[in-house]
Ligand binder design. Structure first.
Ligand SMILES: Cc1cc2nc3c(=O)[nH]c(=O)nc-3n(C[C@H](O)[C@H](O)[C@H](O)COP(=O)(O)O)c2cc1C
Length: 161
């Protein structure tokens, strides 16, 4: 990453708490920071639900009471949702927006998000561009080394444009 999220400097301990669905909620992130994580990441947040104002999605994206440098991870496959969710995430206080392009879970891949995006680079690029143009904080992408490792859970997606 060329541009570091504000508040994160290279002299800080480079420990990043990976996004974990059902685990990295605000209290867990607070604990991780107390034990030395310099950047924490939320659970994956569905961009369409955040863009639609869903209460649970907002809770997942909520800024920690103590502050600190945190990233909000967004999942989805439509640029308009991604852009709107990224805007909301920045307004919530995120120092970094991370796009989930690695999740192999069936319910995510079945919605043409997560690692399904590694099979359609045009859509992947449009999501990245949508997020970048919507916010001023850095945007990162988390992906797997290969989608083939989980071939059974990664059907060829037909993305709806
Ligand atoms: C319970 C659990 C939930 C996870 N949820 C997410 C997620 O929401 N988004 C994501 O990008 N990765 C998710 N991951 C993957 C982790 O971020 C990480 O990439 C993976 O565990 C590999 O790291 P490790 O070798 O240190 O375990 C999850 C992993 C676990 C174990």
């Amino acid at each position: 990453m060329n541009k570091l999220p504000s508040g994160l400097t290279t002299d800080l301990i480079p420990v990043v708490l990976a996004p974990m669905s059902g685990v990295t909620d605000a209290p867990f992130r607070r604990l991780a920071r107390r034990y030395g994580a310099s950047l924490t990441v939320t659970e994956m947040v569905a961009s369409d639900r955040l863009a639609a104002g869903d209460e649970e999605a907002f809770e997942r994206a909520a800024c920690d009471a103590e502050g600190g440098v945190y990233a909000i991870q967004l999942a989805g496959c439509r640029p308009a949702w991604m852009a709107e969710a990224a805007r909301i995430a920045e307004a919530q206080g995120a120092s970094l927006i991370d796009i989930n392009m690695g999740c192999p879970a069936k319910r995510v891949v079945g919605g043409y998000a997560g690692s399904a995006l590694m099979r359609d680079l045009d859509i992947a690029l449009s999501l990245i561009e949508a997020a970048i143009s919507a916010v001023s904080v850095p945007v990162s992408v988390k992906m797997r080394r290969s989608v083939r490792l989980r071939a059974r859970t990664n059907p060829q997606p037909v993305l709806h444009r």
